[in-house]
Design a protein around this ligand. Sequence first.
Ligand SMILES: NC(=O)c1ccc[n+]([C@@H]2O[C@H](COP(=O)([O-])OP(=O)(O)OC[C@H]3O[C@@H](n4cnc5c(N)ncnc54)[C@H](OP(=O)(O)O)[C@@H]3O)[C@@H](O)[C@H]2O)c1
Length: 241
Amino acid sequence: MSILAGKVALIIGGAGEVGEGVVRQFLTHGATVVVPSRDQYRLEQLREHLGRLCCDRLITFQGGCCTEEGGLDLRNKIEQDVGQLDMVVASIGGWWQGEPLSQVPLRIWNHIMENSLTAHFVAAKTFLPMLADLKDSSYTLLNGGAALYPIPSAGPISVSASAQLMLKDVLSAEYEHSQVRINTLLIKTKVNTRSQPHPKPYWITADEIGLYAVYLASPACDKHGETIIFNERGEIPMMFE
Ligand SMILES: NC(=O)c1ccc[n+]([C@@H]2O[C@H](COP(=O)([O-])OP(=O)(O)OC[C@H]3O[C@@H](n4cnc5c(N)ncnc54)[C@H](OP(=O)(O)O)[C@@H]3O)[C@@H](O)[C@H]2O)c1
């Protein structure tokens, strides 16, 4: 199915565990996909994992796009080399578990806030204005269950994830009268990814998340400002009906 043929998607964090499934699904559904990463090796690994799906519709850039300079640099490159951007998926973040909150070193707190919250803010600030006036454009943030309930010894993750939900709510309100649809895909279950040593049949897969992200980006979807929660695999809503 080529529901996204002719569209250009930026998948931030596309070289990550979940991002890989998102990239695969956007390529499968016909989009041109731009993936930035700070690490060239991760981009090479992504190409290896994608295998025969790698084609001239996959465009990778080495560089961080979640600093103001890096974001503007990528934005300029996309405009010059690829053209108009239609959709963004921000699969930014990662996991951390260590000390109880009262013992977390400030250095670690700042690092997690930077990667899990500030990076989302800078990405949204950089790329949403490109989408605001564009029909059928979309911006999807990925988030995890820690946004909804406290996880002992993972406090900075819970706090940043919860704040990321409010980031989406504020952005959705501010962009309510524009063309771009902004939503969060919140995954409460663990995810079966390429590196998961003990996959479980009831966990969602990175590709299933990617498929739902395709739906959110497609003209078939009219959601805006929503948080779509996946509790477990069986709850994935039917799409493209
Ligand atoms: N894995 C799971 O089981 C699971 C479960 C529930 C929800 N999630 C959600 O899925 C999303 C992705 O998680 P993941 O497991 O795929 O993590 P991951 O493998 O660590 O990938 C995270 C991606 O985020 C990017 N990133 C992190 N900090 C950044 C920064 N400061 N600037 C730019 N890019 C930055 C990284 O980009 P680089 O390539 O540049 O390093 C990386 O590709 C998160 O929102 C997470 O909450 C994951």
